[in-house]
Design a protein around this ligand. Structure first.
Ligand code: RTP
Ligand code: MG
Length: 139
C-alpha cells in the first residue's frame, strides 16, 4: 500500500557546505511536508546497517566511510506519490546525468557525495524512517 511518505537524508557534504536550508526549501516548494526532522551523525556501524543492501557492491566501504564522516539531516516527507515524486526531485545518482532543476544537479559534487538520499520504494521508506524516528517524532 502506498503510504504517501518517503525518507531522505541530506548527506555530509551538503550539510558541511551549509545547504540544509536551500535543500529543505526545494523539498517544501515541490509540495513535500516535513513529518520528522533530525540532525545527527551515523557511526560507521549504523551507516553500514543503513546501506546493508549494498554490502556486496564495490563502493560499499567508501560509502559507509563517507556517510559517517560528518552530520547528516534525516527527514520523513509526506506528499501524494511521495517516493516516485521525490526521486524525480533529487535527480540521477550520478550528478552528471541529473536533470536541470533537481537537487543533485544543483548540489551534488560526485557520484558518492551526491547531496541527498531518497528511498526507492514504499517498503524501504517505512524501514528507513523507522531507522531514525520513533512514533512520537512524527507530526
Ligand atoms: P540513495 O540511495 O543515496 O538515494 O542513492 P541512489 O538510490 O540514487 O543510489 P544507490 O544505487 O542506492 O547508491 C547509494 C549511494 O551510494 C553511492 N554510490 N557510489 N561510487 C559509485 O559508483 C557509487 N555508486 C553509488 C552514492 O552516494 C549513492 O547515492
Ligand atoms: Mg538507493
Amino acid at each position: 500500500m502506498a503510504t504517501n511518505q518517503t525518507f531522505t537524508m541530506i548527506k555530509p557534504d551538503a550539510v558541511q557546505d551549509n545547504h540544509i536550508g536551500a535543500i529543505t526549501q526545494m523539498m517544501e516548494a515541490d509540495g513535500f511536508r516535513i513529518v520528522s526532522l533530525k540532525k545527527t551523525r551515523l557511526t560507521p556501524e549504523r551507516a553500514g546497517e543503513f546501506y546493508a543492501v549494498h554490502k556486496e557492491r564495490p563502493f560499499y566501504n567508501d560509502l559507509v566511510k563517507y556517510m559517517s564522516s560528518g552530520p547528516i539531516v534525516a527527514m520523513i516527507l509526506e506528499k501524494e506519490n511521495a517516493v516516485a515524486d521525490f526521486r524525480k526531485l533529487i535527480g540521477a545518482t550520478n550528478p552528471a546525468n541529473a536533470e536541470e532543476g533537481t537537487i543533485r544537479k544543483k548540489f551534488a559534487k560526485s557520484m558518492e557525495a551526491n547531496a541527498v538520499h531518497g528511498s526507492d520504494s514504499d517498503e524501504n521508506a517505512q524501514i528507513e524512517g523507522d531507522f531514525f524516528f520513533g512514533a512520537g517524532e512524527r507530526f
